[in-house]
Design a protein. Structure first.
Ligand code: HEC
Ligand code: HEC
Length: 315
């Protein structure tokens, strides 16, 4: 009797509960951020539906990629190295040359870029409007149909959630002196003083969002003029947006062209730039002659950079 009652009443209930628990469908998507996340990982925004934002901004590598230049649709390759999209909330400009002023504005570029997703924004919006699933989600969350503006809005909203705060360095800064090694502590001093890194990589995310030329432009083998392409000011030749350094250990290779494979190479470059690049043009006087760091200083500086890693996002 009791057994029958259980089967009659509780079993159906249990099944319903189990079904809702394993239901990963859209009932769980309730916020702009969650909708933005779904779109960030959905190849629907690329012309041949093969590439999503996450194809290049891979969460495993702090939302960057592991190659100097990444593949977009049709095996085309990007002209610059993929930057992380973590810790972008407080940036003042976007792209290596700063050509986008907001994350919302930025989000449209990769969709239309012929070597990235190669889809006219009107076509992207039409595609979303042809999907019952997306029409319902946009209606539920934004109370309107998918549009260029609300597509940009939700992608940006998701990106703004990708903030790093739990690094060993953050714990150290809050008073846990055991959170980073002695070497990393010495490295912080090298970063601030002997290495002058802090002159450009300052603030909570280790960038002041300025444009600087550290010597990776010589109009020979290094031809990307960076900020100049956007402003056409002679004085901007070879300047790039100073990248933040949170999670930098996960985002190799480095620089706008991915020319350095390891952090050690980056440090060797800053120490003796002339060993890597000849006849650089318009170089910032701070970095021009190199910092001539000792082996110990280099190791300590690398230990410090490694302490800026928050792996909690990488899944
Ligand atoms: C094919 C690879 C690729 C795809 C796909 C891609 N990106 Fe990017 N992303 C890049 C590259 C390369 C850059 C740097 C380009 C530059 O600075 O000129 C970049 C830069 C960015 C930046 C600027 C970060 C900063 O700090 O300046 C953001 C934000 C961004 N992408 C978001 C997105 C979003 C959102 C999508 C999907 C709609 C997307 N990306 C799709 C390669 C890609
Ligand atoms: C004059 C300003 C300036 C100084 C000083 C400086 N940097 Fe940079 N840093 C930049 C700029 C600008 C870039 C991007 C350059 C490019 O791609 O051409 C950069 C790039 C980097 C990158 C690559 C990040 C990435 O995501 O690709 C690392 C790592 C780095 N710097 C660390 C350091 C360290 C360590 C020091 C001190 C030894 C230092 N920087 C000193 C301006 C500076």
């Amino acid at each position: 009797m009791v057994k029958k009652l259980f089967i009659a009443l509780f079993l159906p209930l249990l099944l319903v509960l189990l079904a809702t628990k394993t239901d990963t469908s859209n009932t769980q998507i309730r916020t702009k951020e969650q909708l933005g996340k779904k779109l960030f990982f959905d190849p629907i925004l690329s012309s041949d539906q093969s590439i999503s934002c996450a194809s290049c901004h891979n969460p495993k590598f702090a939302f960057a990629d592991t190659v100097a230049f990444s593949k977009g649709v049709g095996n085309n390759i990007t002209t610059r190295n993929v930057p992380t999209v973590m810790n972008v909330l407080y940036r003042e400009v976007y792209f290596w040359d700063g050509r986008a002023k907001t994350l919302e504005e930025q989000a449209i570029f990769p969709i239309e870029n012929p070597v990235e997703m190669n889809l006219k924004i009107e076509d992207a919006v039409a595609r979303l409007n042809a999907s019952t699933e997306y029409v319902q989600l946009f209606k539920k969350i934004l109370h309107s149909k998918p549009s260029k503006n609300n597509l940009a809005e939700v992608l940006a909203a998701y990106e703004k959630t990708l903030e790093t705060s739990a690094t060993p360095f953050d714990k150290f800064a809050k008073g846990d002196s055991a959170a980073i090694s002695e070497s990393a502590k010495r490295g912080q001093l090298v970063f601030n003083f002997q290495g002058h890194c802090f002159d450009c990589h300052f603030g909570p995310d280790f960038t002041g969002d300025e444009f600087k030329n550290i010597g990776l432009y010589n109009e020979k083998e290094l031809v990307d003029a960076g900020r100049y392409n956007h402003t056409k000011l002679e004085s901007d030749k070879g300047k790039f947006k100073v990248p933040g350094l949170r999670n930098v250990a996960l985002t190799a290779p480095y620089m706008h062209n991915g020319m350095f494979r390891t952090l050690r190479e980056v440090i060797d470059y800053y120490s003796t730039p002339s060993k890597f690049v000849q006849n650089a043009i318009n170089v910032d006087s701070i970095t021009a002659n190199g910092f001539n760091l000792t082996e110990q200083e280099k190791q300590d500086l690398e230990a410090f950079l490694l302490a800026l890693t928050d792996s909690s996002f990488t899944k």
